[in-house]
Ligand binder design. Sequence first.
Ligand code: ACO
Length: 318
Amino acid sequence: MIYSRIIATGGYLPARVMDNAELVSMIDTSDEWIQERTGIRKRHIAAADETTCDMAEQAARKALAAAEIDANTIDQIIVATTTPDWIFPSTACLLQERLGINNNCAAFDVQAVCTGFIYALSIADKFIRSGEHKRILVVGADVNSRIIDWTDRGTCVIFADGAGAVILEAGTEPGIYSTHLHANGKYTDLLNVPAGVSKPGDYPYMKMKGNEVFKFAVNTLGDIVDETLAANNLTKSDIDWLVPHQANIRIITATAKKLDLPMERVVLTIAEHGNTSGGSIPLALDSAITAGDIKPGEILLLEAFGAGFTWGSALIRY
Ligand code: ACO
């Protein structure tokens, strides 16, 4: 059997930090409201000329350095993003060039909004399990600040910018045990950016019915925890770490409760990072691995929920 396994991670956050006090000076909100309802204290915002590919490059370089491998040994690049630099080429192709990878490896983007990294990880895992590729760079990166309406207090306090990367490698032991992907296109009205290429719109910013998204997310993530454990014949007590999409501390707490997992076993970056969408899970993973919290051999449950709706999970032995 061939399995895929994460051999290295990297993360990048833009230099500029925006705290809640700055938002209070811009819109009708308060530090207390933001912290109590979302768990966010501050977030990072990209510079005016800083792009998704710029952030993806920094995260990928850190992962490549941590893996101590030559970038030209990568056989595939997947970038999960909803905020690509251009319509085309894909951000993954731009990234391939930035990293000096000249081996003609496959490179493409995946768009599943906040679940994008889980979708990309699942695709990469399947390419490795099939024997087609041996080393894949998976990046999640979003510059959400470009699609935020900074007068909409229901969204601008939540979303932020950042990128994370992992390198997956083929091995004889798992690695990734399973991934689970879902979508339901019935709920596009609850969370969207209603403008695009074939259907231009006059409001190219995020629109979210937050409390309805919240309820759906809590129920759905509870279900996917059950699905993931059942698929692997595991029980709640087998999970060492929950590495959730950093959407809202209350959604994360509900999922941890479902797992009977104390909050000390939940990777939390939301207070400092906000919701970085595609970047959220790989950034959280990188921060916990870099801090030495997640140790080799531990079992991790990664889960995400995002616009679409999309949702997914991955069960991993680090
Ligand atoms: N400051 C102060 N008050 C606010 C703010 C704010 N920033 N935002 C909203 N409010 C007000 C509302 O206007 C409302 O006031 P009203 O009662 O007078 O009408 C009140 O607070 C309650 O609003 P709710 O929307 O019900 O607040 P809620 O507790 O649900 O929190 C939040 C809102 C934080 C958006 C929450 O619903 C949430 O996190 N939702 C899920 C987000 C998510 O997970 N998205 C999916 C992933 S993201 C992606 O895929 C792109």
